[in-house]
Design a binder for this molecule. Structure first.
Ligand SMILES: Nc1ncnc2c1ncn2[C@@H]1O[C@H](COP(=O)(O)OP(=O)(O)OP(=O)(O)O)[C@@H](O)[C@H]1O
Ligand SMILES: Cc1cn([C@H]2C[C@H](O)[C@@H](COP(=O)(O)O)O2)c(=O)[nH]c1=O
Length: 206
């Protein structure tokens, strides 16, 4: 929590795990409790970062380029939107943040974690979410949900083994920083997932 009483909450998980389906419920619950809320996403959230997102999702590139693009987008997003919102006392709900980079580029692509840690330090200067909701779901279930919902983008065309590694990457971050994370069993029904999510937010925000 910042000195102004605002919270920074991130939503994480493999593609199709259910983040987007529940972020709006958190938004509404916090607004009903009187919070002013910034709802945003990564990569994205600013004009520049949204342009980087379009490149990231649709152009092929190597893992270092992926990492540099998402951290460049993150730097702009943090400086232009997230930090100013927190300073104004707004609570920030962010659909993905740096745990995604460790999970996708680190665990998924096998990119050097030490380099990612260095980039994380330069770009964020110690700033981490106050709470990270990790929507955890087996990759085969997530793939079936995605297939029923939409056409895949570049990352979503990766195979199940890739998403197993990404899931393991999230589990690793969870193990390293348990106080920051709440694991959500995303295999449960929509209503049961929403209840877990709202409880985790209430436990943190009060
Ligand atoms: N608990 C659930 N039970 C059944 N279906 C679900 C559940 N949660 C989400 N879904 C469905 O799964 C699909 C993917 O969900 P959603 O778009 O919220 O995932 P996501 O984590 O935001 O994915 P991405 O990160 O790739 O955008 C949607 O069609 C959604 O309706
Ligand atoms: C922040 C971030 C994201 N990604 C990947 C994860 C997803 O496949 C896409 C974003 O799409 P979504 O529908 O908004 O979830 O980008 C990544 O690989 N690395 C990152 O740091």
């Amino acid at each position: 929590m910042t000195s102004s009483g605002a919270f920074f909450i991130s939503f994480e998980g493999i593609d199709g795990a259910g983040k987007s389906s529940h972020i709006e419920a958190v938004h509404e619950a916090l607004q009903q409790r009187g919070h002013r809320v910034l709802l945003t996403r990564e990569p994205g959230g600013t004009e520049l970062a949204e342009q980087l997102r379009a490149l990231f999702l649709h152009q092929s590139m190597d893992a270092l380029t992926e990492a540099l693009l998402v951290f460049a987008a993150r730097r702009d997003h943090l400086c232009q939107r997230i930090l100013p919102a927190l300073s104004r006392g707004e609570t920030v709900l962010c659909d993905r943040f740096t745990d995604a980079t460790f999970a996708y580029q680190g665990a998924g692509r096998g990119f050097d974690l030490a380099v990612l840690r260095q980039l994380e330090t330069w770009v964020q200067d110690g700033r981490q979410p106050d709470l990270t909701l990790w929507f955890d779901l087996p990759p085969d279930v997530a793939a079936a949900r995605r297939a029923a919902a939409r056409a895949p983008d570049r990352l979503e065309r990766e195979d199940l083994a890739f998403f197993e590694r990404v899931r393991e990457g999230y589990a690793q971050r969870f193990a390293e920083q348990p106080a920051r994370f709440a694991r959500v069993d995303s295999a449960a029904s929509m209503d049961a997932v929403r209840a877990q999510v709202l409880q985790a937010v209430a436990d943190k925000v009060g």
